[in-house]
Design a protein around this ligand. Structure first.
Ligand code: UFG
Length: 333
């Protein structure tokens, strides 16, 4: 049995990873500063260190007994990164630097990192392969790209085996024994939670209906959070069995390989909730590209991974989580 350190394990994606890894029989340690995560997401079997990546002693404590790391922790809101770039460069870059240093000291040489499609910026063409130019348009994407470069150098120089997974749009939810693990940001900027939250008084904005797409709204590649975590587990397996060799760092896109427009997401949500989604047409949001779709050939061939849940499943799971969370919040009033 192996012990894995999950940084950011109290967040939406990290907590889903903890849940699925425990179900596979792994032992789990979590390091999370709970700035956006929720400690109550974690089961009691997890060894939990509440602390920041900027605190090397917390990292060192959390690494005890671990043989590999899945690194989710970090700031992850594009808009916030434009307003507070210093926060992103500090937490994401310096935090990841500290993690690599502490891993080396502790002799932990296996790493899976949460990178992002934001590293590519505005694409020249879609689908986007890993070899596409990387020209991030915000500090969030720039920090993820810099961390990827840092991991490549660390692998070459110090024998780390690593994979960076470049996520496209993560969606969906999973039910754990402690309730639904779902996206809960405050403020929320992501499309699907905003769609589920929309009311006639507070309709969701459709940011642009004049894009060069079939229905005029932006197209994104949504991947279910459970499929995403399966890709991490597959990446760790590839590191363990030597498909990803010691001293190498593989960069791998994770999406569904399919695109859905904002209007198509609204339709799927309408079906899942059994009602129309109140919405208003709004101007384009600055920094949005028209279409982002992943080329996932590398994930398929190297990791032997395939996404298995479509947009309807993602929206249905997110809607179930939303309805249950709403009910439990109401009953707590
Ligand atoms: N959108 C709306 N209304 C909203 C929210 C979003 O119309 O209330 C639209 C956006 O304009 C975009 C699409 O829905 O066209 C998806 O937007 P999200 O904010 O949900 O996601 P993004 O595509 O902006 O961001 C995602 C990830 C980021 C990552 C980025 C680039 O969440 O972490 O893709 O790959 F950086």
């Amino acid at each position: 049995m192996t012990r894995i350190l999950v940084t950011g394990g109290a967040g939406y994606i990290g907590a889903t990873a903890v849940e699925l890894l425990l179900a596979q029989g792994h032992q789990i340690s979590v390091l999370d500063d709970c700035s956006t995560g929720h400690a109550e997401s974690l089961p009691s079997s997890v060894s939990f260190v509440e602390g920041s990546l900027l605190d090397r002693s917390a990292i060192s404590l959390a690494l005890q007994g671990c043989s590999s790391v899945i690194h989710f922790a970090g700031k992850s809101l594009v808009g916030e990164s434009v307003i507070k770039p210093e926060l992103y460069w500090s937490v994401n870059l310096i935090g990841s630097r500290n993690l690599l240093d502490e891993m080396r000291k502790a002799g932990v040489a296996k790493l899976v990192f949460s990178s992002s499609a934001a590293t590519y910026g505005e694409p020249e063409s879609v689908p986007i392969p890993e070899s596409a130019p990387t020209r991030p348009t915000n500090a969030y994407g720039a920090t993820k790209l810099a961390i990827d470069a840092m991991i490549t150098d660390e692998s070459r120089a110090h024998g780390l085996s690593a994979a960076s997974l470049r996520y496209f749009n993560v969606a969906g939810a999973v039910k754990s024994q402690r309730g639904w693990l779902a996206e809960r940001h405050d403020p929320e900027t992501h499309l699907i939670p905003n769609v589920l939250n929309s009311t006639p008084e507070n309709p969701v904005n459709i940011f642009g209906v004049d894009w060069p797409t079939a229905d005029g709204t932006c197209i994104r590649d949504y991947v279910h959070v459970v499929d995403l975590i399966d890709a991490h587990i597959a990446a760790l397996a590839a590191i363990e069995d030597g498909r990803i060799k010691r001293g190498t760092h593989e960069i791998i896109n994770v999406g569904s390989g399919d695109g859905y427009s904002v209007k198509e997401v609204l339709q799927a949500a309408g079906l899942a909730l059994g009602r129309n989604i109140p919405h208003v047409n709004s101007p384009r949001r600055s920094g949005d590209p028209a279409i982002l779709i992943a080329d996932i050939a590398k994930a398929k061939s190297l990791l032997n991974w395939r996404p298995t849940r479509d947009i309807n499943q993602m929206v249905l799971d997110a809607a179930n989580a939303f309805l249950n969370l709403t009910l439990s919040q109401e009953s707590n009033k």
